[in-house]
Design a protein. Sequence first.
Length: 440
Amino acid sequence: MNSKSLLIIDDEKKLCDLLARILELEGYTVHKAYTGKDGLAILEQQAVSVVLCDVKLPDYNGIDLVALIKQLKPHVQVINLTAYGTIADSVVAMRNGAYDYITKGDDNDKIIPLVAKAFEAAEISAKLPLNKKLPKLGFDNVVGKSKAILDLVAMAKKVANTEANVLLLGETGTGKEVFAKAIHQSSAHANSEFMAINCSAISAELLESELFGYKKGAFTGALQDKKGLLEQADGGTLFLDEIGDMPLHMQAKILRVLEDGTFIKLGDLQTKKVNIRIIAATNKNLIIEVEKGNFREDLYYRLSVFTLLLPSLNGRNGDVILLAQHFIEQFGAEVPMSESFKTALLNHNWKGNIRELKNTIERALILNDAAVLDVDLLPSNFNTENSTASASLEMASIEEQHIRKVLQHTAGNKTETARLLGIGLATLYRKMEQYGIAKY
């Protein structure tokens, strides 16, 4: 991994170019993309350590894009940029695995030191490689021994060997895609493709072209024929995540696929036929969405032949420690959890569910330099998060821990500490006073 290579994804071309120039003067190699799709393509091709990603993109929601980037390259650190920051968005961004979330303009003076710290985190994270063991297949990949999860697995196993469509319901981060893959891998389609797409993360236009494909010349930029996910999943399974956010005109097209297995590519006149199983998932109440006119009733009944409700992590408290241990092993670490660390995990209100737990464990492993994971690796407000305002406190806690570690590294030399942090000496003193850091 190139420790000095970063990617900026922002559709405001002038701002993107200006930010790129500033960071290039700091010695970084900068790649630029003006759409989420182009950004993901660059990320696949280049050894990038840090991504600066705008929240408002023409084809993607930048906050949802964080989860896709972390899935593609787990060690890459993502900083969300927004013109209109909200605490609620920052909460979701951090739970999706973002390194930080800042407002454009107000935080210009923070960009350079923040990027430097993000590179440090990326370097440390890269030293925690994901476990190289062969991945578990089917329901062996579902971690948990609580009654709620065991009952759910038993039901999912029954439907796996059928051709029934499955609708997975549950809060964000409860593991719906894990169950979708387990059902696929335990079915007669196991040796065929499993294709997945998040219907809420990308624009309606891009979603349509990704699902159905297009003919050359169908629109500007369509330089050659492209197979959509429906064709690629032929004989296998198509997972439609967050289908509750799919536009109505696309719902009609998906309904046709469910009824007779046919669809038409963009720019084409010929009908194509596929044999696929569709598994859909949503965190919305589709019955209410039907009543509001946001979701087709006929599609709902087609999808919900077999419905599974995934419990929240708070509803399966006995699995928290098992999952934490699973993620520690997944990151290739061999470090035990202290009893106080376990107690803190058990007492926490997991609003972000399993995804939040995974990100919490990864962060703890990055910060840890001891023989055991202890409670001081968790945000100071970890067990008392009662409002979205706590997201700001959590980010402040990360900054405080980092300042303490650098001060310890420099044996209390504040001038050297300020230099390493990339901030002014006066700023360092102000932050030390703000966080109650004792004078060295």
